[in-house]
Every structure is written in C-alpha cells, then in structure tokens.
Write a protein that binds this ligand. Structure first.
Ligand code: FPP
Length: 280
C-alpha cells in the first residue's frame, strides 16, 4: 500500500480514497470479470473490437495498482471457453491485443516483480499466441511480487472437469487409484489456481449480475462487487472504491460476526432460546 500512496501526488483525487483504505485488511486476491467492451464501443458507434482495444489500458492500470498495493493475486477473465462463438474477426482481434499487451508489458512486469500465469485450456490457443504467452510466463516465473492469472480459454466447469481428470490420472500413474479418496484440499490442489488463496473480492463491470462460469469453486466465499462502469472506463479510482466497499463487509463464512455472541448478548440469546424451546 505504501508504494501506491507514495506514487500519488498531493491533490490527486485518488489520494483520499487510497488513504481511506486499511492496509491491514487488503484482499489478498482480487478476481475481475472484465465486461462491457462491446457496449462501450456501441455507445460510440464504433465496432466492438474498438471496445476491446480500449480495454487494454484498464488491464495495464489495474495490474499496476494491484502491484503497488502489494496484493498477492489478481485474476482477470480475458477469454472464456464460450467466447469462441463470437465472430472470427473479433476472436482474432482479441489474440492480437493479447500479443500486443504481452510484448509491450513484459519490461514493466519484470521491473515490478510481477509473475504472469495463464489459467485455462491454453493448449487450444493459436500456436503463435500460445508460444508468446508461454515465453512471458517463463520469463516472469521467478518473480515474487503480484501474481497475475490471465484466464484464457477458461471455463469454471471445464476447470473442475480438468481437475477431476488430473487427480484420477495422477493416482493411476502412482498406482493408488483403488484407494483414491479426495477431500477439499486435494481437489483444490488439482485446479489451475492451486497454491493461490481463493479470491476475497470478485469484481464485475458493466452491471451484469452473473458469474459467467468464472472460478466456480474458488469464489465460494468471495465478496461480490458489481459496478455499472464498463470495462474500458474502469480506472484506479473504480478499483479503490471496490476495495473500500469490500472493507465495509462483514465476512462470516457461515459463522457469526465477531462480538455477535459475547457477554450480555450471549446471555440474552440463551434466555430467548430457552423461551423458544419451552414454547414448543
Ligand atoms: C467482455 O466484454 C470482454 C471480453 C470478452 C474480452 C476482454 C478483453 C480485454 C479487456 C482486452 C484485452 C485483454 C488483455 C488481457 C490484454 P464484451 O465484449 O462481452 O462486452 P459486451 O457485453 O458489452 O458486449
């Protein structure tokens, strides 16, 4: 967080927001469904691909801000397994933009110790895109700062299916298929995101109230934040607002909030329980 605060000049309108964030309660992992590129372009009478092109800047600034805040993981939904249904020209533009981003961003990633990883069925990507992606992944593999997961040809259900097959295949190879018994930890270790904490905060732009097959297992207890802002307009201010909103949430994980069951409240609760039970 210190890095971000130091990078903001006095008078910068984002400074107050950044100062209001509690550095002790930052989300470790933010996941984002970047949506609304097409609508952004439509509203300007531009082709849809202009919206995707305008979406590259927010990717860059979001990665930079998360790195400066000292977050551990940022996962960006860049291309779903369903996105192949779009016109070929749109899909090809998305690959071009990804290649452009990777080439232009590599020095910045290195400078800031950012590690890039792809999650999804990347083996199905066009060979050139895959090679360039793998090269950046390899070059940044030893970085120890922010981990950026790019979800590419990603689907939550296909990830679960891939995890199941991976677990079965590993057990078969190791000759322990007959006694295979999987618990939650073993299952999570088979996912593309193995080793990373689950997202604390899931942001979706453009106002749609859907999960769209994103990180189905991992978002079990994520806090959701939906903004009407379209992805090409998503900036540092929007990100800081989402984090501030997240910090107001009471995360109970199915339990009770701290202090909800202490002292006088505990005593009163016991009396009420007694009354309810004896009235049956
Ligand atoms: C959803 O908007 C967005 C996508 C399917 C692609 C996301 C791509 C980018 C942000 C640009 C490049 C990314 C990287 C990682 C360099 P939509 O087209 O579904 O918008 P709509 O719902 O308004 O039509």
């Amino acid at each position: 967080m210190k890095d971000l605060l130091e990078s903001l000049q006095p008078g910068d309108p984002d400074l107050n927001l950044a100062q209001a964030i509690d550095p002790q309660r930052l989300p470790a992992h933010i996941a984002i469904i970047m949506d609304g590129n097409g609508r952004w372009a439509n509203r300007r009478n531009l082709p849809r691909v202009a919206g995707h092109s305008a979406g590259v800047g927010p990717v860059r600034s979001t990665v930079e801000t998360c790195a400066r805040m000292g977050l551990k993981v940022l996962t960006l939904y860049a291309f779903s397994v369903e996105n192949w249904k779009r016109p070929r020209s749109e899909v090809e533009t998305l690959w071009r933009l990804l290649r452009f981003y990777l080439k232009k961003e590599l020095p910045e990633l290195q400078k800031n110790g950012i590690r890039l990883k792809a999650i999804g069925r990347v083996e199905a990507l066009p060979p050139q895109v895959r090679a360039e992606l793998e090269s950046v992944i390899e070059s940044t593999a030893k970085n120890r700062g922010l981990l950026v997961n790019l979800a590419i040809n990603y689907g939550g259900r296909s990830e679960i299916v891939d995890a199941v097959n991976h677990i079965i295949e590993t057990a078969r190879r190791e000759g322990r298929l007959d006694s295979l018994c999987v618990d939650e930890a073993a299952f999570a270790a088979g996912l593309y995101t193995a080793g990373a904490p689950d997202p604390d905060l899931l942001i979706r732009t453009s106002g749609e109230m859907r999960i769209s097959n994103f990180l189905l297992w991992q978002i079990a207890y994520s806090e959701l934040y939906v903004t009407e802002t379209l992805w090409p307009d998503f900036n540092r201010r929007e990100l800081l607002k989402a984090i501030l909103d997240y910090q107001k949430r009471d995360r109970r994980y199915g339990g009770l909030s701290n202090g909800a069951y202490n002292g006088a409240r505990k005593h009163r609760e016991a009396q009420l329980v007694e009354a309810v039970v004896t009235s049956q």
